[in-house]
Design a protein around this ligand. Structure first.
Ligand code: FES
Ligand SMILES: [Fe+2]
Length: 432
């Protein structure tokens, strides 16, 4: 025992078919500090999408892995991630959430940095001595940055494995999402930013299993029934799968439509011809099997540790980060085919907001459930462990908890201690 906690916070015992998580993993400040160092600072963490900074000078500022960063496209067209902390005495040099700028001037003492991060202006430069070297005082960058099919990630571990190796079998899942359009995917303008009074790992769990859908999202299922969808198949067919390195997926058939590719009664008969044509083209590109998986199947993909992509009735990219053990901030975006018509875009956004938006028929239910668990954890002395063993004795189904267990196994390995590593490049090279 350490500070009233068992040494091992995860019981993974195949002989007894038992899997349990100690509830201090969701409540302890000390564990959160370990997570910042051993999990978030040793993983690839999502920053944003290249279409959020389309033009030279475009920028987005946001918190990533606890740091203020600027995602921008410099005047030469190169995408950069800069640490948003003035090299003078620390202020955030960019205080807007988004915009277009050739340079960032710190509001505190007016040091000026161009959009490559170089320090280009210092008031009263003559007041500094020979040790002051402007060329060494540019904005810092994270040690590793990568761009996978438009998705930009950083890592604060300079020696982390390359991103494609890190993805392991999650690469196939990302590709199934990104292949939905012949011309590429884009972020729909606008961000959902909200917070939940729950531990961040509960959003991983919640996003990866369909066990909760029938009891918790009954109002959405009722809504689907009313608008003419077939909701008789419950639970839906599907599976949960470990994808390596803590990445995981829940892949399943849904009872709703997918914009452009799978018909939904709400869109009327006239939408069918266009969907058929899109499906014909998809099959020509990828063959019957893969086209079927892209168009018909849903996937909730975890890119370890804190990025969930839900490719369901819309596509949500959701990144989250703990502010305290019982409080997380969530950012979410809608990802869409870049070439879809305004009619399809409107249908997509309607789907996205009806289910997944912060005012939709799902997200508020999920938030309430997670916050309720967090309140339940106050009884830590009386109820120490949570059970996560569903499906452990059978081939995993989407309603099982195997995909949650795969997250917890990696988490437990990291928290138990991993080795520190070292540096290489900082260029944002598109790797696919
Ligand atoms: S802190 Fe930025 S110029 Fe002083
Ligand atoms: Fe849910």
């Amino acid at each position: 025992m350490q500070n009233g906690r068992p040494r091992n916070l995860v019981i993974d015992d195949p002989k007894r078919a038992a899997f349990q998580v100690h509830r201090s993993a969701y409540t302890s400040r000390e564990i959160l500090e370990l997570e910042r160092d051993l999990v978030f600072d040793r993983s690839w963490i999502y920053v944003g999408h290249e279409t959020e900074v389309r033009n030279p000078g475009d920028f987005q500022s946001r918190n990533v892995a606890g740091r203020p960063v600027i995602l921008c496209r410099d005047s030469g067209g190169e995408i950069r991630v800069l640490i948003n902390s003035c090299t003078h005495r620390g202020a955030e040099v960019c205080r807007e959430t988004e915009g277009n700028a050739k340079s960032f001037q710190c509001f505190y003492h007016a040091w000026t940095f161009n959009n490559r991060g170089e320090l280009v202006g210092v008031p009263d430069a003559a007041g500094y001595g020979p040790a002051f070297k402007k060329e060494e005082l540019g904005l810092k960058a994270p040690p590793r940055i990568t761009n996978y099919r438009g998705l930009i990630f950083l890592s604060f571990d300079p020696n982390i494995e390359d991103f494609v190796t890190y993805l392991a079998n999650a690469k196939e899942q990302l590709d199934l999402i990104m292949d939905q359009s012949e011309v590429g995917m884009e972020i729909v303008v606008g961000t959902h930013l909200y917070s939940t009074r729950a531990n961040w790992k509960m959003l991983v769990e919640n996003s990866l299993e369909s066990y909760h859908v029938a009891p918790l999202h009954k109002s959405y299922i009722d809504y689907l029934r009313v608008v003419g969808n077939d909701v008789s198949r419950a639970p839906v067919r599907g599976f949960g799968k470990e994808l390596g390195n803590g990445n995981a997926v829940e892949e399943y058939e849904g009872n709703w439509g997918r914009p452009r590719l799978r018909w939904d009664p709400r869109w009327g008969e006239q939408a069918k011809a266009e969907i058929e044509e899109n499906r014909r083209r998809l099959t020509a590109r990828f063959g019957e099997q893969r086209a079927l998986r892209i168009a018909e199947w849903n996937r909730n993909v975890l890119i370890y540790p804190n990025l969930m992509i839900n490719d369901i009735m819309g596509i949500t990219i959701r990144a989250f980060y703990p502010i305290a053990p019982d409080y997380m901030e969530v950012r979410a975006w809608s990802l869409a085919a870049a070439d879809e018509s305004p009619v399809w875009r409107a249908r997509r956004l309607d789907n996205f907001l009806t289910f997944l938006g912060p005012g939709g028929l799902s997200t508020p239910d999920d938030n309430e459930a997670m916050e309720s668990c967090q309140r339940g954890f106050r009884a830590a002395g009386e109820v120490e462990w949570s059970d996560m063993s569903r499906g452990i004795v059978r081939e995993s189904q989407a309603v099982d908890e195997e995909q949650l267990r795969s997250f917890w196994r990696k988490w437990n390995n990291q928290i138990a201690g991993t080795r520190r590593t070292r540096s290489s490049s900082t260029k944002v090279r598109r790797v696919a």
